[in-house]
Design a protein around this ligand. Structure first.
Ligand SMILES: *Cc1c(COP(=O)(O)O)cnc(C)c1O
Ligand SMILES: [Zn+2]
Length: 510
């Protein structure tokens, strides 16, 4: 059992400055409520709620004990987070390093930590910086346990469910989600950790997730249900299930997930020594939960003086799934009208969503964000499939591990620079939302020039890469399993192979 009390840590904590010591191991002191974005009504968190029982709109979580955050002051918070970094305390090792800003009602011993958060911030090399005309970093959220950023929100949502389940009268819980692949991988992983009272089922659009993404919930032991249609259709079915049956919904309609994903912003702030006024955060938009969380996270840090300026945020959408982009195309805020789109095939499959559930949250938070900053800081740009693929391949040929959505971030950054939304003195921070290995099939299509016409992607020949078969002709035998070559045959084989490889690689003899 990890230690959870102040006393168990006194030896180490005693070496820390006296003024931060009492804050290092946090205690539940929050007072959280769901607040409806439609009618403003507040609801008790004693039960899981996804939409407003009064008006049906989406919810966000609010901490009514906010004064506790403000009383501490920005300088002390920065110190607390920086010292917490040195603590080996499981519960606050991940996203809950920022406990007070997240869900300060969950006792530390109910927090689930599977290694999420604190993902590397990797500076782009000079070649990439030159290409874009800007200094920038990738924040590699593909290095989370299930290889996408979804683990941040899931760690929070499942910790909350784990806390609720303390009350044994809750009984067994079935957690359910619709997914473009990564939500289900993450939900299944975290649910499998809580096996004794929690089972999970995931609903996927058949053929619209990659084989790697499909293998993840299967491996975690979740019930995997494939259905016809795209994500938007799965989402409707899952919503109907959550309305009519006793299930815990793990989609980002679940506002505990948004809360956990705010850690992405908190980490960026800490990673840059809390100087984010000159930064532009770039995130792909699908269901719009992530950009909601990113805005909300920075706003919270700003309002509590942890940061003194807000960064810009650029959302990116493919032209094959761009309802949020279209919404913001209308300059006059009063004349904007959200219209869902029918998606077309996109390599940014995890963001291939035509009717984002979090749109009301985005509208509300973007308005608040810009008003708080006193200037426009939230932008949405559109990129095409070709730009996404080219950007992903180029990123990865320069030491990164970007998936198609990470490629979308880079393509979006380039768009934003071209459009003059970012000055060359500013610094980009790109959300690399998942690991390339989940999306290697798109890399393969690019290298083999095998995209369906609907994607409208033509690979650049100079970026293609395929394995070269080395098979010197004229040998009497080649190695095969269980049939070893004789010594002579092996000698010939090695000689011929070496010569052939030297020829292919153009090697000079010593
Ligand atoms: C879910 C997901 C997105 C889209 O995030 P939203 O919160 O749905 O907007 C982007 N990239 C990856 C890899 C994802 O899994
Ligand atoms: Zn309401």
């Amino acid at each position: 059992m990890p230690a959870t009390t102040y006393e168990e840590y006194t030896v180490k904590i005693n070496q820390f400055p006296e003024d931060v010591r009492p804050y290092l191991i946090p205690e539940p002191r929050g007072l959280m409520v769901y607040r409806c974005l439609g009618c403003g009504e507040e609801f008790d968190i004693a039960r899981l709620l996804y939409t407003c029982p009064k008006c049906g709109s989406v919810l966000l979580l609010h901490n009514k004990n906010k004064h506790l955050l403000n009383d501490v002051g920005g300088e002390k918070w920065r110190k607390i987070f920086d010292y917490r970094k040195m603590l080996n305390h499981t519960a606050i090792k991940g996203i809950f390093r920022y406990y007070e800003f997240m869900a300060p009602i969950i006792p530390l011993d109910r927090i689930i930590y599977l290694g999420e958060g604190h993902t590397p911030l990797v500076e782009a090399n000079d070649r990439l910086k030159e290409l874009v005309g800007l200094d920038f970093y990738f924040k590699n959220d593909g290095l989370n346990p299930s290889a996408s950023f979804k683990d941040r929100g899931m760690a929070c949502a499942l910790s909350f469910i784990n806390y609720l389940a303390e009350d044994e009268s809750m009984g067994n819980i079935l957690a359910i989600c619709a997914s473009t692949g990564d939500t289900s991988a993450s939900a299944a992983l975290y649910a499998s950790y809580l096996e004794d009272f929690l089972k999970s089922a995931v609903l996927l659009p058949q053929g619209k997730v990659t084989p790697q993404q499909l293998s993840q919930p299967l491996g975690s032991g979740a019930k995997v249900l494939e259905m016809p249609g795209v994500f938007d259709d799965c989402m409707k079915v899952v919503e109907s299930l959550a309305e009519n049956y006793n299930v815990a919904l793990l989609n980002s309609k679940n506002s505990w997930r948004i809360l956990g994903q705010e850690s992405f912003s908190f980490e960026i702030a800490q990673d840059f020594d809390y100087e984010v006024g000159d930064k532009t955060i770039v995130v792909p938009i699908g269901n719009a939960g992530n950009i909601t969380a990113v805005m909300s996270g920075f706003l919270k840090f700003y309002k509590s003086d942890v940061i003194d300026r807000l960064p810009k945020i650029v959302g990116v959408q493919s032209e094959h799934a761009d309802p949020v982009y279209r919404y913001y195309q209308v300059e006059d805020a009063h004349r904007r009208n959200f219209v869902p789109v029918t998606v077309q095939p996109s390599v940014a499959q995890a963001a291939m969503i035509g009717n984002p559930v979090s749109m009301p949250r985005v509208i509300e938070l973007a308005r608040t964000y810009d008003n708080t900053a006193g200037e426009r800081k939230i932008f949405v740009v559109q990129v095409n499939e070709q730009e996404i693929m080219d950007s992903m391949i180029v990123a990865n040929r320069n030491g990164n591990i970007a998936c198609t959505q990470g490629g979308e971030s880079l393509a979006g950054l380039r768009k934003a620079v071209e459009a003059g939304l970012i000055k060359s003195s500013e610094v980009g921070v790109l959300d690399s939302t998942a690991h390339i290995l989940k999306f290697s099939m798109f890399q393969e299509m690019y290298f083999n020039n095998s995209f369906e016409p609907a994607f409208k992607v033509t690979p650049k020949p100079e970026l293609a890469n395929t394995p070269v078969q080395i098979h010197p002709k004229g040998l009497s035998r080649y190695p095969s399993s269980g049939k070893p070559l004789s010594e002579d045959e092996m000698g010939t084989f090695i000689r011929e192979m070496t010569a052939e490889i030297a020829r292919v690689l153009n090697l000079e003899e010593k």
